[in-house]
Design a protein around this ligand. Structure first.
Ligand code: CMC
Length: 427
């Protein structure tokens, strides 16, 4: 007999099936709870709730494990490319040589954006945050690509997915170019996905742009590290938006909006700004004391994670990438020394030990991005670019799930009970 969980509520008892994944915690299937007992579960922030079944990404937060389709993130970051990981996440298996070449070719055919879309940029102030532009422009794609918004057609879903993966670098680069007053650079499909993005960002029409392979590799690795992360806030937002049948471009815009927050993707920008503000190792104790002070809202940005209660495996790779990039480019940044010392001090402090707060992916990523030449305001846009792969993979998985329903949480109501309207003259 299959395993059951029992719950007794007053005089009512209910047996609920326990479901097992391939690895990871079991789940108690509570779908009949309300119908049979009249009670809801209460889990704000979803700390104990699995919102869906998924075969894409697995995280063991206690052990610091992150797997994409079963493959450890360290191996993917070390040995694969972002396009390979994009194929893996969206198609389910690692590609053969031919499959990868075909996939790269397909993506490269979608890198341009509709010429009319360029007018959108001109409507923004020059000092607009790139994420503000990304939210608007990505949402607006649905007004341009009508032939890929029918979510019930798997072919259209695939085209929309390819378009989103391909156009995100173009849109992110355009947001950057607009902010610095330089002309937009059209994609060059002879370059790699990441090389093309670097050229569109840092190239100018007046000069030939030569992609630095060291920088290209470092950026590709950053994209791999950000490609997907299970049911995080922005991915859950994409799924929730998509559950109503909204078109994929609108869903991605919703994901971008959620990612922007400083507790999520916005932390990479905030982390580097914090490290720069600290400036010198002597000032670290002051900031650690502030992070520990309950009356001070300050938090160590790039530290802590809802799921990882151990070192975020992505942070390990990121720290290594900083070292490699600095060595190869023969550059340095005093902020890296501050970051290393801050990490060491925090990891030896009882507050951080007890609360299991470790560096996350965002702690070191800003140092790499800054060394490559990106302003902090672009950091979260780069996260969005990479996470688009995860978003489309998860969105597709959801649409194809026969158990998929519109996402509609309930609540514990604490407002006024029913009362009669009082005319304004009598109030
Ligand atoms: N600095 C100081 N204290 C912290 C920090 C931090 N960075 N993070 C958590 N805490 C404390 C927090 O005050 C709380 O203490 P107490 O139990 O005494 O109230 C305890 O640790 C648990 O924190 P929480 O906010 O309840 O945990 P959460 O799972 O809701 O939040 C988090 C996770 C990532 C939002 C949080 O750790 C945080 O705000 N970190 C800084 C922002 C950041 O780096 N975000 C990037 C996350 S990784 C990239 C991504 O996937 O988006």
């Amino acid at each position: 007999m299959s395993e059951q969980a029992n719950i007794t509520l007053g005089s009512k008892s209910l047996e609920m099936p326990v479901k097992h994944g391939s690895i990871g915690p079991d789940v108690v299937d509570i779908r009949k709870l309300y119908g049979q007992t009249g009670a809801f579960t209460f889990d704000p922030g979803f700390t104990s709730t699995a919102s869906c079944e998924s075969a894409i990404t697995y995280i063991d937060g206690d052990e610091g494990v992150l797997l994409h389709r079963g493959y450890p993130i360290q191996q993917l970051a070390e040995d694969s490319s972002f396009m390979e990981v994009a194929y893996l996440l969206t198609e389910g298996e690692l590609p053969s040589k031919d499959e990868l070449a075909k996939f790269e070719h397909t993506i490269s055919r979608h890198t341009m954006v509709h010429e009319q879309l360029m007018q959108f940029f001109r409507g923004f102030r020059r000092d607009a945050h790139p994420m503000a532009i990304m939210c608007g422009v990505v949402g607006a794609l649905s007004a341009f690509y009508h032939d890929s918004t029918d979510i019930d057609d798997p072919k259209q879903r695939m085209i929309a997915s390819h378009r989103l993966i391909a156009k995100m670098p173009t849109i992110a680069a355009m947001a950057y170019k607009y902010s610095i007053g330089q002309p937009f650079i059209y994609p060059d499909n002879s370059l790699s996905y990441t090389g093309n993005f670097l050229r569109m960002t840092f190239g100018v029409p007046a000069e030939e742009y030569v992609v630095n392979p060291i920088v290209e590799r470092a950026m590709d690795r950053i994209f791999i590290l950000h490609a997907d992360h299970e049911q995080n806030a922005s991915t859950s937002t994409v799924r929730l938006a998509g559950s109503s049948g909204a078109n994929p471009f609108a869903c991605m815009a919703a994901g971008i909006a959620c990612l922007w927050g400083p507790a999520h993707g916005g932390a990479n920008e905030a982390a580097l700004e914090m490290l720069r503000e600290i400036g010198r190792p002597e000032r670290i104790p002051e900031y650690i004391a502030r992070a520990k002070n309950k009356d001070d809202p300050f938090r160590l940005m790039g530290f802590g994670h809802r799921v990882y209660k151990n070192y975020d495996p992505r942070a390990t790779v990121m720290q290594k990438t900083v070292r490699e990039l600095f060595k190869e480019l023969k550059v340095t940044d005093p902020v890296f020394e501050v970051a290393l010392q801050l990490e060491e001090m925090a990891l030896n402090d009882s507050y951080f030990i007890e609360k299991k707060l470790f560096p996350n992916v965002d702690f070191y990523s800003g140092i790499v991005l800054s060394a490559v030449g990106f302003p902090t305001s672009m950091f979260t846009a780069l996260f969005a670019l990479a996470r688009t792969v995860g978003w489309v993979a998860q969105w597709n998985e959801m649409i194809g799930d026969p158990e998929q329903k519109i996402g509609r949480p309930r609540q514990l109501y604490t407002g006024a009970p029913q009362r009669d309207y009082v005319p304004i003259a009598k109030r």
